[in-house]
Design a binder for this molecule. Structure first.
Ligand code: IVH
Length: 691
């Protein structure tokens, strides 16, 4: 009995805690437009609360967040009652969730009725309700609490894609908008009262541009496009909204006093025909499995969308049936959102570590309490640089937001400062290199700090990783390289070629097969051509293209090591900076010893002209430009393209065949879009290479 009472007391305590937390976060999200936890975490809290309340319905109180649809209506704006409830959507997290949704509602659908589904992106923006009277935009409101919204008409009027009068004349033909699907009569006869629902948002590229500008000006950047957009639409001076790149996509008619299409598919066509922007990736399916499969194709491609989407929406096409099905709470039964895996989560920053790049740059990384982000457990994430840490005021012990998107490595986007206990510790950039105690340096005009010691043992990891990648030594990944360094088997890259079978077998997780495979790929790498070997040495300023010229010019490693600055600058594409860097490298005793050891191990390639004239390669004759941050160093990506016969150049022009775009790509990406050059992400490039 006593035990039962204890369980009840604990559960009630948790209930109170959940309500308080949800109210707090809901206020931050809906009223302040400044959430501090991810949507996924908010959903988790809400689901936990719903579960407790479902099991104990007598504990539900009117002030529980489950009893309210949506947000509080702010006092800032006049109120607008909605002509019909502005419903939300139930969430599914995988195909099975969607199938069980359909099994549930099938029981309510008359047997034999043919069901079609329309799939649309779930735009992560701000819901807007647009009222038209006699075809003129008369009023625009936010969703508010689902029954009363806020009047933001002057702000919405500044949004270019909100039609001010419908139908909108087609700019191309000069006549009325494109009429499709037999909507001619409908466009001519638009209901006197028409209320359209859509989502206002900021496109990802506009958002990034804007944040960069804010950062430059020293202002506070926005956490994501949704908050930025919502903030602009809900502020009091419309002239500010007017300057912001806000967009719109519409997907529903909330109310009309005349006939409108009775299927979702035709409704999208109708809205488009009379001048509303609608998504161009919607599709109609005659089976649920096909609809789910289509949603799933967008999980990997979500970064291809020009806006943030947090999932796909599957809707029953027949709008009368949707209506008949009704709703549960605030969610209509006739539609469901299949959410994409969350790309952010919060966790504790336990400590920081520092990596040293090949060039000596110090890269701080976060050591995190393990957290699952989009299906992957994250324990380490980059902190970019020490300036960034200071600007965001990230402290050890903080709860931090960890993000992971596409192929980008996970990063800490900022602290959740409001939950600080006071015990958090500020992070100071090191004054000395943690690996060799050399005082660190900061170069003029750069944010990075460096360890100037060329022989710093901290650089070894990176140097080995780089060498291995360029020499294409399969089976020697980052972890194994670190393991070999840790146990002292590798002190410089030449040591890779001295590793013995017995030594490997003593290491953790090294069985016969793995050992033999690794030794074989080390052996194979000895036949790599000269340009690869030169590139793999990691000489500052010597990437794949320069290495090719050097190999073609000198023909052997011995001749290369004798090069003078004078001789080097005679080579096309090599200026004084590169020449000086090469000579500085080749003259150092440690490097000369390294080359001698590599040669002794059997690496002495002579020029292999076949690899220099990459005719017949898969990418032969194609030019590439690489921009943004990819999962591997750019040199490495360039080497891969070149070994398939492609050419890598620096600037985008009409003649460029492909632009390979990584994270935070800037002007080159924009230029490629402007010129209509084909754009590849890393995955697409890999496909092309494997092709
Ligand atoms: S349909 C009955 N379609 O997602 C109509 N909603 O989490 C229910 N949203 O509040 C909504 N894109 O504002 C629908 N293509 C789309 C959407 C969409 C974004 C928003 C909507 C809703 C939220 C639900």
């Amino acid at each position: 009995m006593a035990e039962g009472r204890q369980v009840t007391a604990n559960l009630q305590k948790r209930l109170a805690e959940l309500r308080e937390q949800i109210n707090f976060h809901s206020h931050r999200y809906h009223v302040l437009d400044d959430p501090i936890i991810s949507d996924a975490e908010y959903d988790r809290l809400l689901r936990e609360l719903i579960q407790i309340e479902t099991e104990h319905p007598d504990w539900i109180t009117p002030d529980s967040p489950t009893q309210r649809v949506g947000a509080q209506v702010s006092e800032k704006f006049p109120k607008v009652p909605h002509p019909a409830p502005i419903l939300s959507l139930a969430n599914a997290f995988n195909g099975d969730d969607v199938r069980s949704w359909y099994t549930r509602i099938s029981k309510l659908i008359p047997a034999g009725r043919k069901i079609a589904f329309v799939v649309e992106p779930k735009i992560d923006g701000l819901t807007v309700i647009l009222h038209y009277r006699n075809s003129v935009f008369a009023q625009g409101a936010t969703r508010g609490d689902g029954s009363i919204g806020e009047d933001i008409t002057p702000n919405l009027r500044t949004v270019r894609s909100v039609p001010l009068k419908i139908p909108v004349a087609d700019s191309k033909s000069g006549s009325h908008a494109r009429i499709s699907g037999g909507m001619g009569a409908a466009t001519a006869n638009i209901p006197k009262r028409l209320v359209v629902r859509g989502e206002a948002f900021i496109e990802t590229k506009d958002f990034e541009k804007m944040n960069k500008q804010i950062e430059k000006a020293g202002g506070k950047t926005f956490a994501n496009p949704r908050n930025a957009g919502a903030g602009f639409l809900r502020q009091l001076d419309p002239s500010i909204t007017a300057k912001r790149p806000i967009n719109l996509l519409c997907y529903a008619i909330v109310d009309a006093d005349g006939p409108t299409p009775r299927s979702q598919w035709e409704l999208l066509e109708y809205l488009s025909a009379i001048g509303f922007p609608v998504t161009d990736i919607a599709k109609k399916f005659d089976s649920l499995d096909k609809a789910i499969a289509y949603c799933e194709t967008w999980i990997d491609k979500r970064d291809k969308l020009s806006f943030e989407a947090d999932g796909m929406v599957i809707k029953i096409d027949d709008l009368d049936l949707q209506q008949e099905l009704g709703f549960v709470g605030k969610d209509p039964r006739g539609a469901i959102a299949l959410k994409f895996p969350a790309r952010e989560a919060t966790t504790k920053l336990i400590d920081i570590g520092v990596n040293i790049g090949r060039t000596g740059v110090m890269a701080p990384y976060a050591i995190l309490e393990a957290v699952n982000v989009g299906g992957v457990t994250i324990e380490r994430a980059t902190l970019h640089n020490f300036n960034d840490i200071a600007r965001k005021d990230i402290r050890i012990g903080d709860r931090v937001i960890v993000k992971r998107s596409g192929d980008v490595i996970p990063y800490v986007s900022g602290p959740v400062a409001v939950v600080r206990t006071g015990k958090e510790k500020k992070i100071e950039p090191p004054k000395k290199c943690p690996f060799c105690d050399t005082p660190i340096v900061r170069r003029e005009g750069e944010v990075a700090i460096y360890c100037p010691n060329r022989d710093c043992p901290g650089k070894l990891d990176r140097a080995v990783q780089f060498f291995v990648a360029v020499m294409d030594i399969e089976g020697l990944g980052e972890k194994i390289a670190s393991q070999l360094i840790e146990v002292g088997l590798v002190e410089n890259v030449a040591d890779i070629y001295s590793i013995k079978r017995d030594q490997l077998l003593q290491l953790e997780k090294f069985a016969d097969k793995k050992t033999d495979n690794l030794l074989q790929s080390i052996e194979n790498s000895k036949t790599q051509p000269l340009d690869r070997l030169i590139a793999a040495l990691g000489i500052p300023h010597v990437g794949g293209t320069v290495a090719e010229s050097l190999a073609a010019h000198f023909g052997s490693i011995d001749e290369f090591m004798k090069a003078t600055e004078e001789k080097l600058t005679e080579i096309e594409g090599i200026g004084p900076t590169i020449a000086a860097s090469i000579v500085e490298w080749t003259q150092r005793k440690t490097n000369r010893d390294l080359i001698a050891r590599l040669k002794k191990a059997g690496l002495n390639p002579k020029i292999d002209r076949a690899t220099l004239k990459p005719s017949g390669g898969k990418l032969s004759g194609k030019t590439f430009v690489i921009t943004g941050t990819l999962s591997k160093p750019r040199d490495e990506i360039a080497s891969m393209i070149k070994s398939a016969g492609g050419k890598v150049i620096d600037s985008v022009s009409q003649k460029t065949d492909y632009v390979v775009v990584g994270d935070s790509a800037g002007s080159k990406y924009a230029k490629a879009q402007e010129l209509g050059v084909a754009i590849l992400d890393e995955a697409a490039l890999m496909k092309l290479l494997k092709g």
